[in-house]
Design a protein around this ligand. Structure first.
Ligand code: MLT
Length: 269
């Protein structure tokens, strides 16, 4: 992995291959490892850039506003600085998983000329309900006393299809280990940032770049029907579901997701 200085923090980033630049954005509270197989699969024909967002994986957290945390806009600005630091001036294919999708909306708002195409994976355009917002702020307020392994324990049952939980404990364990190792301050900062993110549904009709919407068939956090409705509002978007996968489709069915990405990228060359 490369280490680069981005404003007030040190970012760890995978930068592999050459060709069309593809940025893979991980979800909350994970790191680039959720894309391991897709990185391998795409690096033969693309430049794959998979950062650890500030505070996650090998990246330091930098300065954080104790009340507002890290906004989606700030993560998006980090990505723009990252591309500058990597010398990548071409528009990128931006692939955002869940929170990575929320960041993709912010990136589109602020850095649209840098986007060649969009992949929205197990994510949504709507902002939070007041209940979801309250739950996020509760976690943000308590995660330092709870510890990250409690967050892993709370989240794991919602992240996977039931069959993954029943039959593939190794897959679940790897994700739980990543969450448990995450700095609680990064978890709090992201929850505060997500709680205050704007609704992005007004952006859908004007996305203006080729778009793939992709989600696990059994995702309960960003359900299939919601993803389909989002895809319908984006002119020309393709919509694909991944069988036998919950929210973490790229981890549960990595080959299937890699095939979907490869197929979509093939339309862009
Ligand atoms: C994620 O996977 O990034 C989270 O489910 C996003 C969220 O908490 O809304």
């Amino acid at each position: 992995m490369k280490r680069i200085g981005v404003d007030d923090f040190e970012m760890s980033v995978v930068d592999r291959g050459s060709g069309l630049p593809v940025v893979l954005l991980h979800g909350f509270p994970l790191d680039h490892q959720m894309w391991s197989l897709q990185i391998e699969a795409l690096a033969g024909r693309c430049r794959v850039i998979a950062p650890d967002l500030r505070g996650y994986g090998g990246s330091s957290l930098g300065e954080v506003d104790p009340v507002h945390g890290v906004s989606m806009e700030r993560y998006a600005d980090d990505l723009a600085r990252m591309l500058d630091a990597l010398g990548e001036e071409r528009p990128v294919v931006l692939c955002g998983f869940s929170m990575g999708g929320y960041i993709a909306w912010a990136f589109l708002r602020k850095h649209r000329p840098r986007v060649r195409a969009l992949v929205l994976c197990d994510t949504r355009a709507q902002g939070d309900t007041s209940e979801a917002r309250a739950n996020r702020l509760k976690m943000a307020d308590h995660v330092e006393e709870w510890g990250s392994s409690k967050v892993a324990e709370m989240m794991a049952p919602k992240l996977f299809a039931q069959r993954t939980i029943d039959e593939r404990p190794d897959v679940v364990r790897r994700v739980v280990d990543v969450i448990s190792a995450t700095d609680p301050r990064a978890i709090a900062a992201a929850q505060r940032g997500m709680a205050s993110r704007p609704d992005s549904t007004a952006l859908l009709k004007s996305v203006g770049v080729p778009t793939l919407v992709l989600g696990g068939e059994e995702d309960t956090l960003s359900p299939e029907a919601e993803m389909a409705a989002m895809a319908e509002q984006i002119p020309g978007a393709r919509f694909l579901t991944v069988p036998a996968a919950g929210h973490l489709a790229p981890v549960e069915q990595p080959e299937e997701v890699a095939r979907a990405l490869t197929g979509f990228l093939g339309t862009l060359f």
